[in-house]
Design a protein around this ligand. Sequence first.
Ligand SMILES: Nc1ncnc2c1ncn2[C@@H]1O[C@H](COP(=O)(O)OP(=O)(O)OP(=O)(O)O)[C@@H](O)[C@H]1O
Ligand SMILES: [Mg+2]
Length: 223
Amino acid sequence: MYIQTRDLTKKYKSRTKDGKAFVAVDSVCLDIPPGQTVGLLGESGSGKSTMGQMVTGLIKPSSGQILCDGQELSYPIKGRARQKIQILFQHPEISFNPVLPLIKSMTEPYRLCHKDASESVVLEDIEKFGLHREHLYRTPRELSGGELQRAALARILVLEPELIVLDEPTSMLDVISQAQIIHFLIDYQALHKTSYLFITHNHKLAEMVCRKIYHMENGRCES
Ligand SMILES: Nc1ncnc2c1ncn2[C@@H]1O[C@H](COP(=O)(O)OP(=O)(O)OP(=O)(O)O)[C@@H](O)[C@H]1O
Ligand SMILES: [Mg+2]
């Protein structure tokens, strides 16, 4: 899956009196070739998450295009692309219902793809991430940040994504959990040719893992 954006723009409606729209992302062109990791760096507020959420189809662009293998994706994204473009958030709690035990949230993607959602299958998948049966019967609040992030990643992978937007997925984690997730993602990419849009503040990490790096500043972007 080759994702490209062309002059992608997001204006947020201002709630202030002057009523002027705020341009969070301004005419951004990104190329994310299949099987590659592309970095998106920039200061807080520069528009990185807004960009990631438009590419994932979570928010509607104000103008511009998102192309998938040359075909324009319209909002809301439908069909195969909807399943194959996934996002991992900085705060994994967002992806889980806070009152349900993990097993309930974990089985959703299996059902969506008509896969066997029995406990033993889910267990096998989460064990790859160092999680165990007892974790499945806890609510998100009863898990550590690192455990929940690994569960979030396991859940996304059930859908066999071709592009994962990684929105600072390790910035809340300790060094060991960070390294575990990054190494897993690198190995997974080598095997499955998944592409990543890696959003981060961490220049060193970006230089280590990214083939190409884009820099955002006040909604504008350059490579
Ligand atoms: N729903 C919204 N309504 C209005 N303004 C918004 C909305 N979401 C984000 N913004 C603004 O758009 C700008 C870009 O936000 P965004 O979250 O994309 O930044 P970011 O680069 O991801 O920052 P960080 O590194 O802190 O996560 C910010 O100024 C933010 O306040
Ligand atoms: Mg952000």
